[in-house]
Design a protein around this ligand. Structure first.
Ligand code: NDP
Length: 294
């Protein structure tokens, strides 16, 4: 098995499986899943993410509807749209693309989404279900990381995992999932002393920081699995003097790859898995809503 975990290939397999299960669900009389994506403003990165999500919906046989709102939309207007989607029986998943412009209250919008349609898994109810080990909608990025880890390592029980970063959307749910899989979990962050020494003890390192090349080769125990969540746009000067923009992760890939047992590339690692897991969540939401109405 290659030591580079190919998120692109694995995500394609997931999308194909979701497409099969969508067909099975609808043939059994269940609801055909539909994802509503809400994009506020013109942020180029958000526009790209939304385009990719909609493309994956097509690949997974999931209907999608896109709602584009101007960057000066008011909180009541955005709330009204979320309300409308909550009450729309033809919509099973709602995703409000983050970040939102500064004048909007992100937490309030997340809490306004019906938890059973919260395919990002950010609603407090879903956060609570995850942290108490009960079934709910789980954030997509950590789910994708777990699929990759289990694919290469099998049972994770007893392994020591270090998660770098403690955000609500990646670090904390990642730690919760690793704990659920019976790992011993250490969470490190910007105030942690000697992160390198803690990482060196780990069988699994998940970096979700947003700092290009932070994780160095001497942070990694030989053979450890390294999952790089970071997506950082940097400028690189080519041999001919031209400057190009490149996406890199939080891990110094060239230096860490020879030491690691397994490693994810950026791009082509966690990114495509995140979107594939969004499709899985939309299917799960449709399944759960089908049970409710049948
Ligand atoms: P946040 O900025 O919300 O959180 C970053 C975390 O990293 C914080 O907990 C922060 O600590 C910690 N941190 C910052 N600097 C250091 C440091 N020098 N050493 C140790 N810890 C540090 O980011 P996100 O969690 O939202 O995202 C992290 C990265 O993952 C970003 O690059 C983002 O683009 C990417 N991402 C990728 C996704 C994908 O699909 N591949 C999906 C989501 C995010 P503290 O809390 O103390 O400030």
């Amino acid at each position: 098995m290659s030591k580079i975990i190919d998120g692109k290939k694995l995500s394609k397999e997931i999308l194909q499986q979701v497409a099969v299960e969508v067909t099975e669900l609808t043939e059994r009389g269940g609801i055909a899943p539909c994802l509503a994506v809400v994009l506020v403003g013109e942020d180029p990165a958000s526009q790209l993410y939304v385009r990719n999500k909609i493309r994956c919906c097509n690949e997974a046989g999931i209907r999608s509807v896109e709602h584009r709102l101007s960057s000066d939309v008011s909180q009541p207007e955005l709330n009204a749209l979320v309300d409308e989607l909550n009450n729309d029986a033809t919509v099973q998943g709602i995703l409000v693309q983050l970040p939102l412009p500064g004048h909007l209250d992100e937490s309030a919008i997340i809490e306004a989404i019906n938890p059973s349609k919260d395919v990002d898994g950010f609603h407090l109810l879903n956060v609570g279900l995850l942290s108490t080990g009960q079934p709910g909608l789980v954030p997509c990025t950590p789910t994708g990381c777990m699929i990759m880890l289990e694919k290469v390592l099998g049972d994770l029980s007893g392994k020591h995992a270090v998660v770098i970063g403690r955000s609500n959307i990646v670090g904390k749910p990642m730690a919760a999932l690793l704990l659920q899989a019976s790992c011993t979990v250490t969470i490190v962050h910007s105030r942690t002393r000697d992160i390198a020494a803690l990482c060196r003890q780990a069988d699994i390192v998940v970096a979700a920081v947003g700092q290009p090349g932070l994780v160095k080769a001497d942070w990694i125990k030989p053979g450890a699995a390294v999952i790089d969540v970071g997506i950082n746009a940097i400028e690189v000067t080519e041999a001919d003097g031209s400057v190009v923009r490149k996406l890199v992760g939080d891990v110094d890939f060239a230096a860490v790859e020879p030491v690691a047992g397994y490693i994810t590339p950026v791009p082509g690692g966690v990114g495509p898995m995140t979107i594939a897991c969004l499709m899985k969540n939309t299917l799960s939401a449709a399944r759960a809503q089908s049970t409710t109405v049948q």
